[in-house]
Design a protein. Structure first.
Length: 553
């Protein structure tokens, strides 16, 4: 009997005549045995806004953030009571709307199935499993009017699938996220054709592109993303040069339309709240005044509805002032000016990283990054446009320490200020005043200035101590004098004294310096130690460079 009833339901579903609780935005029309739009205008506009924002943002979470940021609500229907209610936006609810084919005008039945499981020899638990589209029991396209077309629905499903971050699928891009790495999800490795992932390292959150496919003992390779992102952004802005007047008018119309859509949603919400307040008022006035038990309850409900109206009006005013839902003449002129200056819009602080990535993905399909070592270290960047054309450029790829070294013009200014006997505090203040940064893109501090001075042998004599002469009358030399003769740092001379390479003639103590006798034989031995030290430093630097590129562990 159960199977017979299920077969009858299935036959009705194949004809599209089986009624069930439709999602928010639809009602079941008994006369035509079809779904129809919900007569509530606010519900329809909220559902249409979900699909419109997904076209622009390309992510369900971005749509959720938009609704939450504008203070809007989403309609949801309770399957048990079939009552429509307004709730705060959630990503699960937005995904339900985007994944539901009923919104595309298709009558679908049997998208999932329930299976029973045996527990102690008895059927007790049910497991609900989603079925792929190819095995749906019923799928009747163009069965009823929809909010979007079937082609757009399928494109949305592919977009949602591509937005998933799955490392097991090498060619899955993922959604545009909040990080500042511009090529996130677009970069491909030129060595092994795998998708390159983004890693943010250091206190400055420096972005690097990594290829984690196995090549021998370690990873494939890694490259810093700052210079590459700048080069691709310049190429993108140079290619994007539409007619100025048409673009400005289109941007102005789209801005006004979006602002009008948000304002319309709020007006409908206010209209609904005022209607509920009026309905509560009529109920209160219709009750017998002597029936105080009922009158008090209805009076409390009326008061709550009035407070809700006041709260919504206040929130609406805040949103109008914050989001500029009414554009003034100055706002329109500024929008037209910005539409003609795309680089300013691209570099504006209000433009988020996800918005820049979405703009880039409109024209760019993939970006291939390949390391080049001959004749000089560089990265070959090949940009595949959506039209199929390919643009190629070379971006210098300096080593790790060269990339964070102090710029030459900044170092020259430090030398100049040091020659003018400026203190480290004054030098740091002057560099920050001119807008200069360290090699790591940070503001200058006293410690950073001191480190640069020491790295380039810019020392100051101590004001609290009296340095002994570099060479005594009997020919003995101090640490500084030996370092000056050999062209090395005093720290290396002290290291030689600790390890026995250079024996002091007079051993000093607390507050007393070492003194060394330098004859031709000792001088020759120290020069050989200096050459050996430089070779060791060079080998260590080469090994570190290989580890950075992923050639060895």
């Amino acid at each position: 009997m159960r199977l017979g009833l299920y077969g009858g339901r299935l036959n009705m579903a194949r004809r599209g005549a089986l009624s069930f609780c439709p999602p928010a935005g639809f009602e079941w029309d008994v006369a035509t045995a079809r779904f129809r739009f919900d007569p509530d205008e606010q519900v329809q506009r909220a559902i249409r806004l979900v699909f419109e924002r997904f076209r622009l943002d390309g992510s369900a979470y971005a749509v959720t953030r938009y609704f939450a940021g504008q203070g809007l609500e989403l309609p949801a229907k309770d399957l048990a009571s079939k009552v429509l209610r307004w709730v705060d936006p959630r990503a699960s609810q937005v995904l339900f709307i985007l994944h539901n084919p009923i919104y595309a005008g298709a009558y679908v039945y049997g998208r999932s199935e329930e299976r029973m499981a045996l527990v102690d020899g008895k059927l007790r638990r049910r497991y609900k499993k989603k079925l792929p589209q190819a095995v749906w029991k019923t799928c009747l396209r163009e069965h009823h009017p929809g909010y979007i077309g079937w082609d757009e629905f399928m494109a949305n499903q592919r977009k949602l699938h591509d937005n998933r971050t799955n490392q097991s699928v090498p060619f899955q891009r993922g959604a545009a996220r909040e990080g500042h790495a511009l090529l996130q999800g677009l970069a491909l490795c030129g060595r092994c054709a795998h998708r390159m992932c983004v890693h943010y390292c250091g206190a400055s959150r420096r972005a690097v592109y990594q290829c984690r496919s196995s090549r021998g003992a370690g990873a494939c390779w890694v490259v810093s993303g700052v210079a590459i992102d700048s080069a691709v952004a310049e190429l993108f802005l140079a290619a994007l040069q539409p007619p100025e007047i048409e673009l400005g008018l289109a941007v102005l119309r789209e801005t006004e339309r979006q602002a009008g859509e948000i304002d319309g949603q709020w007006k409908l919400r206010l209209e609904r709240s005022k209607y509920e307040a009026q309905l509560a008022e009529r109920r209160y006035k219709a009750v017998d005044p002597d029936n105080r038990v009922v009158a008090r309850t209805l009076e409390s409900e009326w008061n709550d509805k009035l407070c809700e109206v006041v709260r919504l009006e206040r929130e609406h005013g805040e949103v109008r002032s914050r989001e500029k839902l009414e554009l003034s003449a100055d706002d329109r002129a500024r929008i037209l000016a910005l539409a003609r200056d795309l680089p300013s819009v691209w570099n504006a602080a209000t433009t988020t990283h996800a918005e820049r990535k979405n703009l880039l993905r409109m024209l760019v399909r993939e970006v291939v990054l390949t390391p080049v070592d001959v004749p000089r270290r560089a990265t070959r960047v090949q940009v595949l446009w959506q039209t199929g054309a390919v643009s190629e450029l070379m971006v210098p790829r300096p080593g790790k320490y060269i990339s964070i070294a102090t710029p030459a013009e900044t170092l020259a200014l430090v030398r100049e200020l040091f020659a003018c006997e400026k203190t480290d505090v004054e030098i740091a203040a002057e560099l920050n005043r001119r807008g200069l940064q360290t090699g790591a893109k940070l503001a200058w501090t006293v410690g950073a200035v001191r480190a640069v001075r020491y790295d380039h042998d810019l020392y100051r004599p101590s004001r609290k101590s009296h340095r002994a002469p570099g060479q005594r009358a009997d020919g003995l030399c101090s640490v500084q004098a030996v370092a000056l003769k050999l062209g090395v740092r005093p720290s290396l001379v002290r290291q030689w004294a600790r390890t026995g390479v250079l024996e002091p003639a007079i051993v000093g103590g607390p507050g007393r310096p070492h003194w060394f006798r330098i004859d031709p034989a000792i001088l020759e031995r120290l020069l050989e130690a200096k050459r050996r030290h430089w070779r060791e430093q060079k080998d260590a630097g080469a090994l570190l460079l290989l580890q950075e590129e992923g050639h060895c562990e």
